[in-house]
Design a protein around this ligand. Structure first.
Ligand code: PLP
Length: 224
């Protein structure tokens, strides 16, 4: 797509986000992370020209390649995919703005060790598998609050900022809503959490209605 076409797309997305967030409250601010996983560095540069700053990737090697290619632009990189332990160092080399998919205690322990070794801190979100789907990663709702506090206590180099969740895989709006409500209820119980990342191209308006303040949009922005 051309830059002009991207502008038309993103203007429409922003209008929809504005309307959804104003339904919650004039004070409810929602951040858009453009998920560029099916797109090229050239596409990302066009979106940057229009004003988009935060981008998300779900493969460490893709994030690395794009971050290097676009090194001169002041972009925010979000890592939203499952992180294998043997890729932790590669991710840390890029020093992403936010790792959104901390999904197990053993990953937290390993990440903590690597952060200490590199004398780094990393902002993270804990992933919740709110609909308890076998196909998804993340903590089950019943374990989430305790695990969050445990990571805060035992992993001082991990700065937990809140939660990330993917809405239930369903055509039924009530079932999707329930999964967002579950995540938001956990979010409200967490000490010092400020980010509730939920909502994708197909369900972001519902997610905002349920309290999300960070949405991750791929296909809607990149027309893929
Ligand atoms: C791909 C992906 C998205 C974006 O999905 P779309 O439906 O294309 O908007 C959001 N979050 C995660 C974790 C993803 O993997």
């Amino acid at each position: 797509m051309t830059q002009t076409e991207y502008k038309i797309y993103i203007d429409d997305v922003i209008r929809r986000v504005e309307s959804a967030r104003l339904n919650v409250s004039a004070h409810h601010i929602v951040k858009i992370v453009a998920v560029s996983k099916y797109s090229t560095s050239e596409d990302i540069a066009k979106l940057y020209e229009i004003g988009q700053r935060a981008f998300g990737e779900n493969k460490v090697q893709d994030l690395k390649a794009k971050a290097i290619a676009l090194d001169e632009l002041p972009l925010e990189w979000h890592y939203i995919g499952n992180l294998q332990k043997n890729k932790i160092n590669n991710l840390l080399d890029i020093n992403p703005t936010l790792f959104q998919a901390l999904d197990s205690l053993s990953l937290a322990e390993e990440l903590q060790k690597k952060l200490v070794a590199k004398d780094m801190q990393l902002d993270c979100l804990m992933q919740v598998n709110s609909a308890k789907e076998a196909s998804k990663h993340g903590f089950y709702p019943d374990d989430a609050v305790e695990a969050y506090k445990k990571i805060q206590q035992e992993c001082p180099n991990i700065n937990l900022k809140g939660l990330m969740s993917i809405g239930a895989h369903s055509d039924n709006k009530e079932i999707i809503k329930k999964s967002f409500d579950t995540t938001y209820e956990i979010y409200k119980k967490l000490p010092n959490a400020t980010i509730c990342s939920m909502g994708m191209s197909g369900d972001f308006e519902l997610a905002i209605e349920c309290g999300s303040n960070m949405i991750r949009l791929g296909s809607l922005i990149f027309n893929k």
